[in-house]
Write a protein that binds this ligand. Sequence first.
Ligand SMILES: NC(=O)c1ccc[n+]([C@@H]2O[C@H](COP(=O)([O-])OP(=O)(O)OC[C@H]3O[C@@H](n4cnc5c(N)ncnc54)[C@H](O)[C@@H]3O)[C@@H](O)[C@H]2O)c1
Length: 254
Amino acid sequence: MTLPIAGVTGAGSGIGAAIAETLGARGFHVVVTDVDLDSAERTASRLESAKALRLDVTDPDACDAVVNAVVAEHGRLDVWVSNAGISKMQRFIDVSPADLVRNFEVNTYGIFYCGQSAARAMIALTKPGRIINTASMAAKQGRVPFLADYVASKFAVLGLTQAMAFELAPHGIRVNCVCPGFVATPMQTRELSWEAELRGIDPDAVRQMWIDDTPLARLETPNDVAKVVAFLASDDAEFITGEAISVNGGAFMD
Ligand SMILES: NC(=O)c1ccc[n+]([C@@H]2O[C@H](COP(=O)([O-])OP(=O)(O)OC[C@H]3O[C@@H](n4cnc5c(N)ncnc54)[C@H](O)[C@@H]3O)[C@@H](O)[C@H]2O)c1
């Protein structure tokens, strides 16, 4: 039997790895991609049916090449999850032009390029497809300390998701994004140290602030996000498109 095919970016770590594992457990063959091939291979090795490929989402030709290779091998592409992202905490006035550009290259352009590649393939295949982008709680509110470039890049993801959903709907392609909150991943570990240093307090105190900011009173897990991505990838969400689903334990309600 041919398995449905899902591609996931930034799947070597954190949320992307959990998404790959959850989609794998729900019967997908998962194309596990990351700029760090070793980490993608580690994730793929935990899945029943998977292949690891290196993909730097800032390279539009590489996005096309990976998507085209998947379609050439399997003859289908059912789900594409653009999840790769980066962050660096610093004061707004200290963000360098190079940091700003890099942030947008990965967080916004990467989602744009991968979305284009996946959509072109899905349109050519004339089969319904689903694209899911990882945005952030910081895509809906700018009341986020030390992440001005990140906030801007993630607000852009939300608008892009709506524009993609609108244009791709006639092709039977649904496009949504998820907006996680304080998720315990390697990205969060880096942010804990940055925020602690910027505030002059202990990382444990920062962690507690984040938990206190979350009505459901714990840090989010990558799996909390992955389950919502799996829902958006499923037919249970067949009439949902252009949405930005908050998954944050109530840390920001809109
Ligand atoms: N952790 C959080 O609290 C949180 C909250 C909201 C949104 N997010 C978003 O979730 C996504 C995943 O974050 P995470 O916390 O799992 O981070 P992470 O750092 O644990 O994992 C990110 C992965 O993306 C990969 N990556 C980085 N640059 C890349 C590139 N150019 N091309 C391809 N892959 C690249 C990294 O190698 C890494 O494996 C990101 O988009 C992030 O902005 C995270």
